[in-house]
Design a protein. Structure first.
Length: 276
């Protein structure tokens, strides 16, 4: 499997030269299971602090995001902040805001951190309830200059809050996107993914992508198994996204019994290359 190319486009010092905390050393990591850590965000920091701006940018807006989502995504700490215990918490709230009935957050690493082949993983705890739609995913770094789906999309995990025991994976590209995405799902032992943290990962090479949950591989796509006359667009860097959508075409309406606020919690996000 080819190396992970991680592009850190900001200096290790924060704005104004103040120390913004540690950045993962590109040579760090134990090399366990054949992988070498090249980048991570462990979400260390004081309670209420925003996501690290060296890595993450909040996307602000409430136009449905092409999926009929109901939330307005903000840059407020009420919707995305560290909890002081080593976690990032994205919080969906029922409130009137900018014409929407819900708020949440959508965080991206575009222009800050890009990954290209290797292993990418996150340890996550899901919300629960009809209409909750958290995702950890990647878009080709050529976006938006290259439009979707030609830019490529790798959904490391998507989740429907009304199906708390199911993890979903999908690959989107030209000729296999939206309702025609190459997807699969698996039931996770132990019941609801909202009850505890689970590790969601992809292992990505020049010709193959494999999806895993808690090290169990459940979806595999290769260059050769793409639909006829379609194109493999996964030879480029990708940036990362974490978001918690409310409602939308993938999950349907918010259930009358869905309780707010809802939390999508990340313990870490990590990228690896093959260990030497």
């Amino acid at each position: 499997m080819r190396r992970v190319a991680v592009l850190l486009m900001l200096a290790a010092l924060g704005c104004g030269g103040e120390d913004a905390g540690p950045v993962a050393d590109a040579g760090a990591g134990s090399g366990a299971n054949g992988w070498q850590l090249v980048w991570s965000d462990e979400f260390e920091g004081s309670a209420g602090a925003p996501p690290d701006p060296r890595f993450w940018t909040p996307e602000v807006g409430g136009d449905g995001w092409g999926n009929e989502q109901l939330e307005f995504n903000t840059d407020r700490r009420e919707n995305a902040a560290l909890d002081g215990s080593g976690h990032l918490v994205i919080t969906a709230r029922r409130e009137l805001y900018q014409g929407a009935s819900y708020t949440s957050a959508r965080l991206i690493t575009r222009g800050l951190v890009e990954v290209s082949q290797g292993r990418v993983e996150a340890r996550l705890k899901m919300p629960v309830g009809s209409g909750m739609w958290p995702a950890f995913w990647m878009l080709g770094a050529s976006f938006p200059e290259t439009s979707w789906p030609a830019c490529g999309e790798i959904d490391v995990v998507e989740y429907r809050g009304q199906e708390p025991g199911i993890a979903n994976a999908a690959l989107h590209g030209p000729g296999y996107s939206g309702g025609q995405a190459i997807d699969d799902s698996t039931a996770v032992a132990g019941g609801g993914l909202n009850r505890d943290f689970h590790i969601f990962a992809v292992e990505w090479s020049a010709d193959e992508i494999v999806w895993l949950v808690d090290e169990y591989p459940y979806h595999r796509v290769t260059r050769e198994t793409l639909p006829p006359l379609t194109t493999w667009v996964f030879d480029q860097p990708f940036f990362l996204l974490l978001n918690l959508a409310v409602g939308g075409s993938y999950v349907g309406p918010v259930g009358a019994d869905t309780v707010f606020p809802q939390a999508f919690v990340a313990d870490y996000v990590r990228a690896y290359e093959v260990a030497p």
